[in-house]
Design a protein around this ligand. Structure first.
Ligand SMILES: [Mn+2]
Length: 330
């Protein structure tokens, strides 16, 4: 474990108002870090605004503090104005300023901005940044930030951070899961987290529609390169037929990834008409962050993604396959 960057630490500690933001389409780590840090800062007597571009997906609504999330930029502007300079913006789990979403330009203007993240290829936007790519999750870093500030971590905050770490490590299974990750998780449990309850919410709480959607998505499975590349897809039609949303596809990619022969699993998502989002998950040597970077995307060595407009799912697959072939044979 390393300690938090001093600029980030001092900025967060010294300001009375904190604006928190994360990437669009937030995952468990993004939300858990944001909500956990919000609880910690409020415990220190600070005014906090939890900003998200869109309302929280039902999957994560059990997280403490969800009800305080603001999606209205007007509220953000007022919060900033009322702070009269006694404010810092903290951007969490977001590797790139564009991933802040459709209001990124305006959010970037709320200075000073501090960045706390573990994504490879984070370009260090902001006035101060604390980026450690070997970390399991941003949630783990928030725990260390709280410790460094001498701040109390309530049960509510601990629940948020535990959910963040659990989701970003695939339930403490991925390569980035370190001894320190387990130590932090242990501390969070000591503060009142009940892992079985968090896991119930995260992993045993799905709708029947999601199971039917899974049926359709898994039926789309294609195997390439002697079963080393697995590709699944989801279309808007599938979502309509099963009364589900794109959020219901979370973790689907783990099924093809779990096949013994598979080196890279790909999930093609028609997120809107003419817009394809691509998720890549690798096992072993293939660095899929390099492949995503070729399409202006980003991520980690074993998990990355990108977006393409104006192409069919088949065309996106066809442009990706040659790079994957190279990646798995490198
Ligand atoms: Mn993360």
């Amino acid at each position: 474990m390393t300690s938090p960057d001093q600029t980030v630490l001092v900025a967060v500690q010294s300001k009375g108002h904190v604006l928190l933001a994360t990437h669009y389409n937030p995952d468990g780590d993004a939300l858990g870090s944001l909500l956990g840090l919000a609880e910690i800062l409020e415990g220190m007597g600070k005014q906090v605004l939890r900003y998200l571009e869109e309302p929280v997906s039902p999957l994560y609504r059990f997280l403490p503090g969800c009800g305080h999330i603001q999606t209205d930029m007007e509220k953000v502007r007022n919060f900033v104005a009322e702070a009269q300079g006694d404010i810092v913006t903290v951007c969490l789990d977001c590797g790139d300023e564009k991933r802040l979403g459709s209001n990124s330009q305006e959010l970037i203007g709320f200075r000073p901005m501090m960045v706390i993240d573990h994504h490879q290829g984070n370009n260090g936007f902001g006035d101060g940044s604390w980026i450690e790519t070997h970390r399991s999750s941003t949630g783990e870093m928030i725990y260390d930030l709280a410790e460094a500030m001498g701040a109390e971590i309530s049960t509510r905050a601990a629940e948020c951070l535990f959910a963040a770490i659990s989701t970003d490590t695939g339930s403490f299974r991925y390569e980035s899961t370190s001894g320190h990750t387990f130590a932090v998780a242990g501390e969070l449990v000591r503060r009142g987290v009940r892992p079985e309850i968090i896991s119930n919410h995260l992993y045993d709480n799905y709708t029947l529609g999601r199971l039917r959607l899974m049926q359709e998505v898994l039926a789309s499975l294609e195997m390439h390169e002697r079963d080393r590349i697995a590709i699944i897809r989801v279309t808007q039609k599938m979502l309509e037929r099963t009364f589900t949303t794109m959020e219901d596809t979370e973790y689907f990619i783990n099924f093809p990834r779990a096949v013994r022969s598979v080196r890279v699993a790909v999930f093609l998502k028609e997120v809107a008409p003419g817009v394809v989002s691509v998720s890549l998950r690798a096992k072993g040597q293939c660095d899929v962050s390099l492949i995503a970077a070729q399409f202006a995307g980003g991520g980690h060595r074993n998990a990355s993604g990108y977006r393409i407009k104006g192409q069919t799912l088949d065309a996106v697959r066809d442009s990706l396959l040659p790079l994957l072939r190279q990646g798995i044979s490198a």
